[in-house]
Design a protein around this ligand. Structure first.
Ligand code: BGC
Ligand code: NOJ
Length: 812
């Protein structure tokens, strides 16, 4: 059934256009690419931070609020007795026109009311620590207009966690300075902080406010701030309580006239000995310099053009033309864009991740890497070094690290035994893309301890060793706290509701709990590791690890096969999990995905049976569920997975992240029709068409979880944006479906397509080369018959790398 639609894609501009502000959930976008970041909803809600959403939160945001998305950068326009906002909220005055265009690292929100058009362009310029808000007011009537314009931002007292709780202190620390049209936020600057923020506008102001209570009124709301409703700023100066920044500007517009205002939200750091210009007065030199770079419409337009060029270049590296708009727009625009966002944010800050709980995940960041390594290899390189630096000498890892300090922390526990393998996964992807083997010689510390450095290659080796040194009774990998499934807590027993499943004591000492997911992951990354060793002439190491891989394959065939599918695990007591013998959760997706990707037992038919079982037991209208049947009760020995109600999250939700694993399994098995049908089910552009209302979350990106078939509301999406799904969808479609796979010596071409696929062209920049690859599927799902490179037939399926421009014709 077709559902109500709230927007549509505009592929030409690479935008999603929202035409109704009352979306089923806030539909957000991300601004910023390196240090300064913002989240912005379709009604301009959200917040900004510098590098770390926990420790350097610049503006305040209240999660899970009523109404939902409350607080942001708001412009209030008072036109006679009517007060309205371009993004509809917070006043919610009905608009004559509303449109929000989310683009590549920018958002443009336009509202019209009583003949006035207000359009705001939000973006973070490249390499600058600020958010630009360019507001254009236009009078479309035949009368002149006298408007009162109020801006609004609320400062966060920097540490987003303590900002929400330590009120006995917070209400006395807030400090600001006002200088001309700039409001400075300097709470705690007098002591240890060397940073401040500012909110500026490039015009003279006729008033301001910096104290929230004075501006809003204790019994009013963002929807009706007293100062705005009365059209009178208070010129308040915040001392403690809650500092804000609001400019007041009187605007006269002649008929047809338009005026631009450039607002800047900036962040500055000063050296310790240059903090003050005078006692108690901050040194504003750097702020003045930043403002001077962006104080006119022309300068802002230029910065915006640079941002657009940056994205043009990024999206020019891999482009496909299939003639199927839904596929092309995801591959060419939105999937790649989401990959960049997840790379930047890992799982730290979204409208579902509060920015205080989680930093950069070890496994998450390695996976995110395959999503963007083709676009900005140098940052991928740095990311690999940063991640590896948090590893321990025995190969185990900090499960996450803080972006500001790059130090590992234990906030969500440690001892996840899949973690080390992901380092191999990420590093191999980097080298295949770039040909840069020198990364293997980089000296990388353990746990960030200076003096402990060994080569990155050593880190890879101990990652392999960590698995081999932690095998259980069936010679399968011990699971530790958990594997990829954070919630399958086989060694962490808890009856205490005040305990977090992620950090509750791990009784893994003496445990037998083993994971088939890690077994498959080890075989896949182990084969990669062996190939890498051979490539760099470490044959003895390659031979040795090949044996370990072979042994793992045997262990899986012997102890990991249940008859129709791969088992999921053995529990603490050595009992089977994910077996037909179990009452519930007889089959799990993760081990089907990884063991089919590893092609374990392919000759004996295990892969095909496993894939068929996924279709039979896991697949539903909205994708494949994680396990089936869902757990209907809490199982003390299994932990968090059984704590979720049926159909949600790790308990039989459609965890989009792991659907691509099975899809790749299908591709390797050559089953293109099945691969495609699984893929299309979770492809946002297909969901967008049918299920905007049901799905709720942004229709232009994947979400972590869609409620599964056992849920109260199957098809409802949650946890949008920050999910490994982005990178896995990209990896799957770019390398396995469309079949363009970077390799050490060139590009391997091996598509797996539905039999209905027609000819398509991929243009791919690769190192110093550019390939224009035309594929003629000829109704085949798999199998390259012939490759012609620049008019010459090529042996095998790898087009050898050579700098320059090339054309490639592929016949299947
Ligand atoms: C969630 C997982 C998440 C974990 C770590 C669990 O509650 O279900 O998806 O990875 O917490 O924060
Ligand atoms: C979300 C986490 O970020 C990821 O690391 C984990 O694998 C999945 N949840 C599944 O539990």
């Amino acid at each position: 059934m077709e559902q109500k639609r709230y927007g549509h894609f505009d592929d030409q501009h690479r935008e999603y256009v929202i035409t109704d502000p009352q979306t089923p959930w806030p539909w957000i976008n991300y601004l910023g690419n390196e240090d300064f970041f913002s989240l912005i909803s379709n009604t301009a809600g959200g917040y900004s931070f510098y590098k770390d959403a926990k420790f350097r939160r610049i503006t305040r945001y209240r999660y899970n609020n009523v109404p939902m998305d409350n607080g942001g950068r708001y412009f209030y326009i008072k036109d006679g007795d009517t007060v309205w906002n371009p993004g509809w909220k917070p006043c919610k005055t009905p608009l004559d026109f509303y449109e929000c265009r989310h683009g590549m690292s920018y958002t443009r929100i336009t509202g019209c009311k009583n003949g006035v058009e207000a359009s705001v362009l939000f973006f973070v310029p490249l390499k600058k620590w600020c958010e630009v808000q360019k507001l254009t007011l236009r009078n479309t009537t035949k009368e002149s207009k006298q408007l009162k314009l109020f801006s609004f931002e609320e400062w966060c007292l920097w540490n987003a966690a303590t900002d929400m709780e330590n009120f006995q202190r917070n209400f006395s620390t807030g400090e600001v300075e006002i200088e001309g049209s700039t409001i400075y936020h300097k709470t705690e600057y007098r002591e240890r902080r060397n940073h401040y923020a500012f909110y500026h506008v490039n015009t003279e102001i006729q008033g301001f406010d910096t104290d929230r209570e004075t501006f809003v009124g204790l019994y009013n709301e963002f929807a009706d701030p007293q100062a705005v409703m009365e059209g009178k700023p208070r010129n308040s100066h915040a001392h403690g309580w809650s500092p804000i920044a609001s400019h007041y500007i009187e605007v006269t517009l002649q008929p047809g006239e338009a005026k631009d205002f450039v607002f800047l939200l900036g962040y500055i750091e000063n050296e310790q000995d240059k903090k003050f210009a005078a006692p108690q007065v901050i040194n504003k030199e750097k702020a003045h310099a930043l403002i001077a770079q962006l104080d006119t419409t022309e300068k802002v337009d230029k910065a915006f053009a640079e941002l657009c060029e940056y994205w043009d270049a990024l999206l020019n590296i891999y482009k496909v033309k299939t003639g199927n708009d839904k596929l092309d727009r995801m591959v060419n625009i939105w999937n790649q864009y989401q990959c960049m966002v997840t790379f930047n944010f890992s799982r730290s800050a979204s409208f579902f991740e509060s920015g205080v709980g989680r930093g950069m995940g070890f496994r998450d960041s390695n996976q995110d890497l395959v999503g963007f390594v083709h676009q900005i290899p140098p940052r991928a390189r740095q990311r690999i070094i940063d991640i590896a630096s948090t590893q321990f000498p025995d190969g185990g890892c900090h499960h996450q690290y803080q972006p500001l300090t790059k130090r590992g922390n234990n906030d969500i526990g440690g001892g996840f035994n899949d973690d080390p393998c992901w380092l191999i996964f990420g590093t191999v992807a980097y080298i295949k893309e770039t040909g840069d083997f020198s990364i293997l010689d980089e000296m990388v510390p353990f746990d960030n301890q200076p003096g402990s450095e060994v080569t990155l290659f050593e880190h890879l080796k101990i990652s392999m060793d960590h698995v081999i040194n932690n095998l259980g009774p069936h010679m399968l990998p011990l699971i530790g706290r958990a594997d990829w499934n954070d919630c399958l807590n086989l060694n962490c027993f808890s009856w205490d509701p005040n305990e977090s499943f992620q950090t509750t004591e791990n009784v893994s000492e003496g445990t037998k709990a083993e994971s088939l997911m890690i077994a498959g992951l080890f075989v896949v990354t182990g084969k990669d590791y062996v190939a890498l060793c051979r490539k760099i002439g470490k044959d003895a190491e390659a031979d040795c690890m090949q044996q370990a891989v072979d042994a793992m394959v045997e262990a899986v065939k012997k102890h990991g096969w249940d008859g129709e599918w791969y088992l999921r695990a053995y529990d603490f007591y050595g009992r089977k999990i994910g077996s037909n013998e179990c009452d519930e959760a007889k089959i799990f997706i993760e081990s089907q995905g990884w063991c089919t990707m590893a092609e374990i037992g392919a000759e004996e038919g295990l892969v095909a049976k496993s894939l068929d079982s996924c279709k039979k037991y896991l697949e539903c209208e909205h994708g494949m569920v994680l396990n089936n049947p869902a757990f209907s009760k809490y199982i003390y020995e299994y932990g968090e997975i059984s704590s979720y109600p049926e159909g949600y999250k790790e308990n039989a939700g459609i965890f989009c992240h792991n659907n691509p694993w099975v899809i790749i399994g299908e591709c390797l098995a050559g089953r293109g029709n099945d691969a495609w049908s699984h893929y299309a089910k979770i492809l946002p552009s297909y969901v967008e068409e049918k299920y905007q209302t049901l799905h709720k979350v942004e229709p232009y990106v994947n979400c972590q979880m869609v409620a599964g078939k056992d849920a109260f509301k199957p098809g409802e999406g949650k946890n949008s944006w920050l999910t490994g799904t982005a990178a896995w969808m990209w990896y799957t479609v770019s390398e396995f479906i469309l079949g363009i796979k970077p390799d050490y010596d060139g590009i391997r071409i091996d598509p797996c397509l539905p039999e209905t696929a027609t000819d398509y062209v991929v243009s791919r920049k690769f190192r110093e080369a550019e390939y224009e690859i035309t594929i003629h599927p000829n109704g085949q799902q798999k199998g390259v018959k012939q490759i012609v490179l620049d008019g010459q037939k090529v042996d095998g399926t790898v087009i050898p790398y050579a700098p320059g421009k090339h054309t490639v014709e592929v016949t299947m």
